[in-house]
Design a protein around this ligand. Structure first.
Ligand code: GLN
Length: 530
């Protein structure tokens, strides 16, 4: 078993996750079984309770674990499906250690960070790698080298390096190479952060320099000399589209450097990713999609949606421009929403909900392609109840109105008194034949990820169907509505599940493909009319 560890220096937000995911992609393309693990040094057990304003989107895995958005990058780049065990946090490690201590498993010893916490970290990593039959285990350490929180993890990695054979272990350090006022590439921050790493007993084998532009040979030589790595192992990573990173790395021969250092053979050379990037570079058309949400100032809050739109765009042949619209603004003023499509993402709580309902009404009445996800699906039901069925309706999450068309199911209400939780993770969904959704997926049973508490109130389903709303998918033996559509609309689909979490550049999500295709057609129709 080989281990590749990715650390980061200088500052956060350098795209360590993308670097790790791209390395994973390159090695998969060489025919290896790569298993990623993301280490988040925060104390939270998982990212479920973290505010998107601070942390970006909460990504949901198949088993329902709520994780950092980097895990989404791994799934998208590497085409894998991960579970909670692929995400280690300080909280999870300490929880295990404390539980063991309570059970008396430490036989009266003083429980300490070294060796007990570090042992727990190492055994977690090795266990996940072994269970998943990894040939290469790729470990990304969140945060920046030097942070207090990441110390136990870096120490565990240091120990692992000693315990493993030299050719089984590789450390990639990602740093920043800024440009000074005169445009010169500065290597000092890199030198300092490597020094910090060395003080912890870790030595990089590869240095990835993030820079606005390509690293010059002279810069590479300087980094190699001062940081004691080979020149070939200094890899340039200039600003570019994230899906280009694996290709750029390949041009820099990073895959060869890694294979050589780990004494691995080349097995095959897949050009799937290159073809994808080529298609992406050659997109000629474009569409403008309005995304009406609450966290529009933090673009990462809707990262998977943005990526899913991009994947769909590549497959139907257009670039997707996201126009971010603050839902609360729609409550205060009338904002024209004449875009090629309108998308309402998931969300929670009252703030901005009425604005989202207005956007849905706009899309429905003006025949603009619409996609509503989770909260967006639920609010499409509320909008329909209010403006088509003329009910004084709402969702129990927003208001206790006369008609709670979105509500907890009776059995959930009982649980919720006990502090009921969310319905999370992958669940089987049955699609009704003859619907647009069925045509998009091309099958009746699909498995999609969920993250919600509320449901369409089943009492109102017959009325809605009579009035022209089609519920096109179900789960839980028909008890829960999973999707809706309006057949006479150009494209009006809502899903209770989150299709964006399973969308990949190489296998885009069907509802997104349908939506973007329809937006493109709509745009062309309008251009022809002018
Ligand atoms: N707030 C809604 C619910 O809990 C929708 C959740 C979401 O959009 N992820 O059911």
């Amino acid at each position: 078993m080989k281990f590749i560890v990715v650390t980061g220096g200088v500052m956060s937000g350098l795209g360590k996750g993308i670097t790790a995911a791209s390395i994973g992609r390159l090695l998969i393309d060489q025919g290896y079984k790569v298993v990623p693990i993301k280490i988040d040094p925060y104390i939270n057990i998982d990212a479920g309770t973290m505010n998107p304003f601070q942390h970006g989107e909460v990504f949901v895995l198949k088993d329902g674990t709520e994780v950092d958005l980097d895990l989404g990058h791994y799934e998208r780049f590497m085409g894998v499906e991960l579970t909670g065990e692929h995400n280690i946090t300080t909280g999870k490690i300490y929880k295990r250690v404390i539980e063991k201590e309570r059970k008396g498993e430490y036989l009266g010893q003083t429980v300490q960070i070294i060796p007990h916490v570090t042992d727990e970290i190492k055994s977690w990593i090795r266990e996940v790698a072994r269970k998943n039959n990894a040939e290469i285990c790729l470990i990304e350490i969140g945060g920046t080298v030097g942070d207090i929180e990441s110390m136990p993890f870096l120490e565990a990695i240091r120990q692992m390096r000693m315990e493993e054979k030299e050719e089984d272990f590789l450390l990639v350090h990602v740093t920043l190479v800024p440009l000074d006022a005169g445009g010169e590439q500065k290597t000092k921050p890199t030198q300092h952060s490597v020094k910090e790493l060395r003080e912890l007993g870790l030595y990089p084998d590869v240095i990835v320099g993030r820079c606005k532009e390509k690293l010059k040979d002279s810069t590479k030589r300087k980094i190699a000399l001062f940081c004691d790595v080979e020149v070939d192992a200094v890899i340039s990573n200039e600003d570019c589209d994230i899906y280009e990173v694996p290709i750029k790395f390949k041009e820099e021969k990073l895959d060869q450097v890694i294979l050589e250092k780990l004494k691995l053979e080349k097995r095959r050379e897949s050009d799937e990713w290159e073809k994808l990037v080529k298609r992406m570079r050659e997109l000629k058309e474009e569409v403008d999609i309005a995304i009406v949400g609450k966290y529009v100032d933090v673009k990462d809050a809707y990262l998977s949606i943005r990526e899913a739109l991009k994947h769909a765009g590549i497959s139907v042949g257009c670039r997707v421009n996201c126009i971010w619209i603050d839902a609360e603004r729609l409550e205060r003023e009338s904002v024209p929403l004449d875009y090629d499509g309108i998308l309402i993402p998931g969300g929670f709580g009252k703030r901005g909900a009425e604005g989202k309902i207005r956007a849905i009404k706009y899309a429905r009445e003006r025949n603009i392609p619409f996609l509503g996800i989770c909260f967006g699906f639920q609010l499409a039901v509320v909008e329909f109840a209010r403006n088509v069925c003329k009910l004084n309706a709402s969702s129990a999450e927003i208001d206790q109105s006369e008609h709670c068309v979105i509500d907890l199911l009776p059995e959930q209400k009982k649980i919720s008194e006990l502090g009921g939780t969310m319905r999370l993770g992958e669940i089987e969904v049955t699609i009704k034949p003859g619907t647009i959704l069925h045509e998009l997926y091309g099958k009746e049973k699909v498995y999609e990820r969920h993250r919600h508490r509320f449901e369409v109130n089943p009492e109102y389903v017959p009325l809605f169907e009579k009035m022209g709303l089609v519920f096109s998918a179900f789960s839980d033996n028909g008890k829960r509505m999973e999707a809706l559509e309006i057949s006479k609309h150009r494209f009006f689909i809502g899903t209770q599940f989150h299709p964006e979490f399973k969308s990949r550049p190489l296998s885009p999500s069907p509802p997104f493909v349908g939506f973007v295709r329809s937006a493109l057609l709509f745009r062309k129709e309008r251009v022809n009319l002018c």
